[in-house]
Design a binder for this molecule. Structure first.
Ligand SMILES: C[S@@+](CC[C@H](N)C(=O)[O-])C[C@H]1O[C@@H](n2cnc3c(N)ncnc32)[C@H](O)[C@@H]1O
Length: 393
């Protein structure tokens, strides 16, 4: 089965950077194609008895509008797995991402709403990635992994990488992973297996007039516009008021905490919860001028379970890809917030958790989606959930 070449009529986009086709009644997830295309595709995964197959389009028989020539020599069938949509024009990418978010909300939360994806990047979708985690192959060359594989494709120039990223390709590395970082303040850092080998220990990132320090390869949004766009979306949805008590869960180095703390002022409080030690250290530095911000150095699950967070007027959460899950959702609801703002990098996890909030009487009141990872299937969403009883008042 694997390696067979088949002709497929390609149907809608699905979450994960592929489209859905059918082969003798079975679902096939096909990469490097577009809805409405007819392609010749090679089967890359599955057996005669698998429920579904995976395939990669190797020849386009009928092209859809929206297909463009890829500007990356590494993307495409069997190549680098970092980008999914180098063959798709940006406007079509945004439409497809909107379709994915809409479909996840409908399927997992039973909510039917149009999703218009906003594009803060008005460029050509290249040169935006300010942080790259390079894999290293057996010969010490940096590269990126193939799709669903540990194989490393050696790469000399990645077109989505920011042009000011420190150069690491062309060298031989003994580390297993090499992180390259360039910050908004121009700090260029190279971290090999978590040890800084070039540049300062901390990158300085500036957002809305504040400077944040981020140690080494610690978490920070990768698109140059993302931190500002997301902070503004969070503030616009929370509408923090003087004196309020707000929780910022999965708070990283304190990006949202800082602006929420400024907004609630010295009579208010922001309780932020983060478990990664480096991020907590950075957050303490980043928030030292805001005594109303309190950092809890713990896992969100435990901080909530042990009552460390306390009752809140509003909760912001920005969990990793796996989302918050039902128990954390229930415990957030028990804090009694009138609004919950959920920042999500995975629309499936978001939709599942929106459904959980729905079971506790919180409705999706607003949703914004941002194309902050051009050429990939990733999309960032910011959702506002409000208590249904408040909405009907
Ligand atoms: C998507 S990042 C968001 C960070 C921050 N809101 C920002 O925009 O910079 C998620 C953060 O959650 C932290 N994290 C992951 N799992 C966690 C958990 N179970 N409890 C607390 N923090 C966690 C990670 O270390 C990371 O800093």
């Amino acid at each position: 089965m694997i390696g067979d070449v088949v002709e497929l009529d390609v149907g809608p986009i699905a979450h994960g950077g592929h489209c859905v086709a059918r082969l003798e009644g079975r679902v096939v997830f096909v990469r490097h194609t577009l809805p409405g295309e007819r392609v010749r595709a090679v089967i890359t995964d599955g057996t005669d008895t698998s429920r579904f197959l995976r395939a990669d389009a190797v020849e386009v028989l009928d092209a859809a509008a929206g297909r463009v020539d890829s500007r990356c020599g590494y993307a495409g069938p069997g190549g680098c797995g970092g980008c999914d949509f180098q063959h798709v024009g940006l406007a079509t990418q945004h439409r497809l991402l909107g379709d994915v978010v809409r479909e996840q909300l409908l399927r997992l939360a039973g909510i039917d709403r149009e999703v218009a994806v906003e594009a803060p990047d008005d460029g050509d979708g290249l040169g935006w990635r300010t942080r790259v985690a390079w894999a290293v192959d057996g010969d010490g060359r940096t590269g990126l992994r193939k799709h669903r594989s540990h194989d490393v494709v050696p790469i000399e120039h990645c077109p989505i990488a920011h042009p000011s990223l420190p150069e690491v390709t062309g060298e031989r590395w003994s580390a297993g992973r090499v992180d390259a970082v360039v910050s908004s303040e121009g700090d260029a850092i190279v971290v090999a297996d978590e040890e800084t080998v070039r540049g300062r220990r901390h990158a300085r990132e500036s957002v809305r007039g504040r400077t944040f320090r981020v140690t080494g390869s610690g978490f920070w949004q990768v698109h140059p516009r993302a931190a500002e766009v997301l902070a503004e979306a969070v503030l616009a949805m929370v509408v923090p008021r003087t004196g309020e008590r707000i929780a910022d869960l999965y708070s990283g180095v304190g990006l949202f905490t800082a602006f929420l703390a400024e907004a609630v002022g010295p009579d208010g409080a922001v309780v932020s919860v983060e478990s990664e030690a480096g991020a907590v250290r950075d957050a303490r530095r980043n928030l030292h001028d805001l005594p109303q911000a309190r950092i809890i150095d713990d896992r969100v699950e435990r901080a909530l379970r042990t009552g460390k967070v306390g009752s809140c007027d509003a909760v912001v959460l920005d969990p990793p890809r796996s989302g918050a899950k039902a128990r954390v959702v229930r415990e957030i609801v028990e804090l009694g917030p009138s609004r919950v703002v959920y920042v999500a990098c995975d629309p499936a996890a978001l939709a599942r958790d929106v459904a959980s909030f729905g079971e506790h009487g919180y409705e999706l009141a607003d949703l914004r989606a941002y194309a902050l990872f051009p050429m990939t299937h990733h999309v960032e969403c910011v959702a506002l959930l409000r208590r249904s009883s408040d909405l009907t008042r």
